[in-house]
Design a protein around this ligand. Structure first.
Ligand code: 26V
Length: 792
């Protein structure tokens, strides 16, 4: 550490800041991973099929404890630093989060990378090295403001720039058909070319047994500046091209939906997909010499449709650049690619205007047309129904012409998967119904998981020590060992120890809340936690309405023995998503009034914690008593926060949506609070048409809506929340009114269980005991077995 401080950071201990110590420590720890990394690469090359995980997002968070923990070095590092008068936990807090993702999809990619390394699955993660990750959320006067994030400002000690690994990526231009050896060949002449430069980060697996690489691409202009322009005096113009090209890897798109029509986004997608495929083919040729064996040696996973241009780009590389016949190239492509779908919401399904595709990727559009024709031709010949043909076509001609990226990915893939049992079955019944009829074996389910190393061992070391004490070291290696806790669920002494761990985490969270918001939450209160992106379908509004109704009820009968609650919200809204931002304002306005009201003091506190990110999640989750998973049924593909919270012993209050259904199967229906309409019931209502079966707004909900709508929480602007209230009262598309009463009743069931500590802590222990199945190690084994055909 001292040597790193001196020779890599260039400081002596007398002048070193905590940041200097962090960098020195990280570099020393990184050294410990390098030999494992080199050995792993040698093993990979030997004779193993490799996974390429293509993802526009990797929501990694901090890496110091990930690597220390997986190398089993945490305690020795702590001691070594203590000897130098440095506290490891202080250094931990200095590392900026690598926030190269928006939410669940990006975090899943990070969990999968960790699990693949831990299971010794040879894998490359491929993505973009954004200079600026997801914005920092600042709350001012209760409203969200976005501040640019700058994670690379003080160097990134984990990465290696590979200046020798560079690929050209073209855009625009023309396609010329020429004859070569008597056969036609398409030659794409791009109008401009940008270079993709590789940056590698080691991904250290459990006990250091295996280390994979996360390879992120950075955009660099081939020409640093146009000398002719510079020499003729146009100094700014000489640099303009460079700035424009390098903008590709400048910033993560902060929407959590695809935003078709944004050219830069399509450039990002093609940029990293093309570079990754070129890298894969170069490696394959080096090792195996013949591209026809690609499917035997590589399995590619497309994380959502963002990299789905890979279908056309792999065809282009094989046919145009490597001169393979079309049919052979198609066999290779469909034998190698796989696609994971993460949402069925129509607004979120990616489609690109044909005109944009034609301008930016003219050769790819030709290839897409040919793929589409080879896919539709048999249907046309057998005179299939016209509506059916339209619905399975890659080109959407409904109004305007668009390329449907989900269809492209589906048709080009060997397997297509959903991320929970319900979501996969809805894929078969809705968005991909007709494609599923054509390719009935293609859709498979792979229910999401989370890495227990980060979400239990690192985030909750106290609970982990308790578990190791009771169950032995094996619980660190095999999540299924947790099931042995079942027998301790009724043991009052164990319950007490379990409870003490929660109390310690709550005390810590109370401190963090006080520091960041000034609100003092009673550590003895039930911590009711709703943490995730702010989205209407996730129904933070339903929770706020219940909060207001509870506030109203406490004020009406302050003498009753109410269960004290802390309602804790956190999450970011997309910068342009006005209704989501208004929900944040409402949560803050309600918090202000409730927290200042002496009548409810000691019974109800409401908190909105700013800037939710991976690190804040690691602080909140171990302290949660109740986990809010209350999306409108059928809309949350899986959820993964639900798994993290249950693993740490929080009871779930939730709808029958996403993986909540499978969580209920594992923990038992008596250890979870389920409420609300099912996806099937909601679908039936929609069929009838909303008007015929409008729910009555119950008196309790009516009062809550009335308070919000009349400005009780926004006296400075009484109509501020009118639009939110109006939506619930009128067509209620997200079933907030329809589910309110059943949610209220479920919440009172929560109160009743809390009032019986033995029963509560029994259920809490059983949650931790029974969710071993949600380890991402299990998920990765299923991908390896069912999709990648790889031994694990
Ligand atoms: C985006 C949008 C945008 C427009 C409005 C609606 C909407 C809904 C969802 C999305 C998310 C896009 C993809 C995504 O992040 N999906 C998430 O993937 C997680 C990992 O599989 C999963 O746990 C979440 O349920 C799913 O929302």
């Amino acid at each position: 550490m001292l040597a790193k401080l001196a020779y890599a950071v260039g400081k002596d201990p007398a002048h070193a800041t905590d940041r200097d110590w962090f960098v020195a420590t990280a570099l020393a720890v990184r050294d410990c991973a390098i030999d494992h990394w080199t050995a792993s690469k040698a093993r990979n090359q030997a004779a193993q099929k490799q996974v390429c995980y293509l993802s526009l997002e990797f929501l990694i968070g901090r890496l110091l404890f990930d690597i220390l923990n997986n190398l089993r070095l945490t305690e020795s590092a702590r001691e070594a630093l203590a000897g130098l008068g440095i506290d490891l936990d202080n250094l931990r807090a200095i590392e900026p989060d690598a926030a190269l993702g928006n939410g669940g999809l990006g975090r899943l990619a990070a969990c999968f990378m960790e699990s693949m390394a831990s299971l010794q699955v040879p894998a490359y993660g491929y993505g973009i090295r954004y200079e600026h990750g997801l914005f920092r959320q600042v709350i001012m006067d209760g409203r969200q403001h976005e501040v640019p994030e700058d994670w690379l400002a003080y160097t990134n000690p984990w990465e290696f720039e590979r200046s020798d690994v560079i690929y050209p990526v073209g855009f625009g231009g023309t396609v010329e058909d020429i004859q070569a050896n008597g056969s036609p060949v398409a030659v794409w002449r791009p109008a401009e070319t940008v270079q993709a430069v590789a940056y590698d980060t080691p991904v250290v697996g459990w006990r250091g047994r295996h280390v994979n690489s996360l390879r992120l691409w950075s955009a660099r202009a081939a020409e640093p500046l146009r000398l002719d322009a510079f020499n003729s005096g146009d100094h700014i113009g000489a640099l303009a091209d460079r700035a424009r090209l390098e903008a590709i890897s400048r910033v993560l798109y902060p929407g959590d939906a695809s935003e078709a029509g944004r050219e830069l986004r399509l450039r990002q997608e093609f940029f990293f997909t093309s570079a990754s495929l070129q890298d894969l083919l170069a490696r394959h040729l080096r090792l195996h010499g013949d591209l026809r064996s690609l499917p035997d040696w590589a399995a590619l996973q497309l994380n959502d449709t963002h990299p789905s241009i890979a279908v056309a780009e792999l065809m282009r590389l094989l046919v145009d650049e490597h001169s393979l016949p079309w049919e052979e190239a198609w066999t290779i492509t469909t034998g190698t690619l796989n696609y994971t779908n993460h949402t069925l919401m129509p607004e979120a399904l990616e489609r690109w205007p044909v005109s944009l595709m034609e301008r930016l990727l003219p050769r790819h559009l030709q290839i897409i047309y040919r793929i589409n024709w080879q896919h539709l031709e048999p249907l046309v010949y057998r005179s299939a129904d016209n509506e059916f043909i339209k619905s399975v076509s890659i080109i959407d001609e409904g109004s305007g012409r668009y390329v449907r990226m989900g269809h492209l990915a589906f048709i080009g893939a060997h397997k297509v998967n959903g991320v929970s049992a319900l979501h996969t079955s809805l894929m078969r019944q809705t968005v991909f119904k007709d494609l599923h009829a054509l390719y009935p074996a293609r859709i498979v389910n792979k229910t999401n998981g989370i890495t227990f190393r980060r979400w239990l061992h690192q985030a909750n070391p106290g609970l982990t020590r308790l578990l190791v004490g009771e169950l032995g070291d094996g619980v660190l290696d095999d999540p299924e060992v947790l099931i042995q806790l079942d027998r301790l669920a009724d043991d009052a002494a164990f319950q007490n120890l379990f409870r003490n761990q929660r109390a310690a985490s709550k005390a810590n969270l109370v401190k963090v809340i006080a520091e960041r918001t000034g609100v003092l939450v009673d550590p003895g209160a039930l911590f009711d936690v709703h943490i995730k992106r702010i989205h209407e379908y996730k129904r933070q509004l339903l929770n706020i309405l219940e909060t207001v109704a509870l506030y109203d009820a406490i004020r009406a009968e302050p003498e009753r023995d109410w269960v004290p609650r802390g309602k804790i919200f956190a999450g970011k809204a997309a910068a342009s998503y006005h209704r989501a931002k208004l929900i944040i304002k409402l949560a803050n306005d309600v918090a202000k009034v409730v927290n200042a009201d002496p009548v409810v003091a000691g019974r109800l506190k409401v908190v909105f914690l700013p800037n939710y990110n991976v690190s804040l999640a690691e602080t909140i989750i171990p302290a949660a008593d109740l986990s809010e998973q209350i999306s409108t049924a059928g809309m949350e593909a899986s959820g993964t926060g639900n798994m993290k919270l249950a693993l740490n012993g929080a009871l779930t209050i939730g709808t029958l949506d996403g993986a909540n259904i499978e969580i209920r199967e594992c923990v038992g229906s008596e250890n979870i609070f389920i409420f609300g309409l099912t996806a099937g019931e909601i679908e039936a209502r929609r069929q009838v048409g909303m008007n015929q079966c409008r729910v009555d707004v119950s008196p309790r909900l009516e009062r809550a809506l009335g308070l919000i709508g009349s400005g009780a929480f926004s006296p400075d602007e009484p109509h501020r929340f009118e639009s939110l209230v109006h939506a619930v009262r009128s067509d209620d598309p997200l079933m907030v009114a329809a589910d309110f009463d059943s949610y209220w009743t479920a919440q009172r069931g929560v109160d009743a269980l809390w009032a019986n500590p033995f029963a509560w802590w029994r259920a809490s222990v059983l949650n931790t005991a029974r969710v071993g199945w949600f380890s991402s190690d299990r998920t990765i084994r299923e991908y390896a077995d069912g999709i990648w055909k790889l031994p694990v």
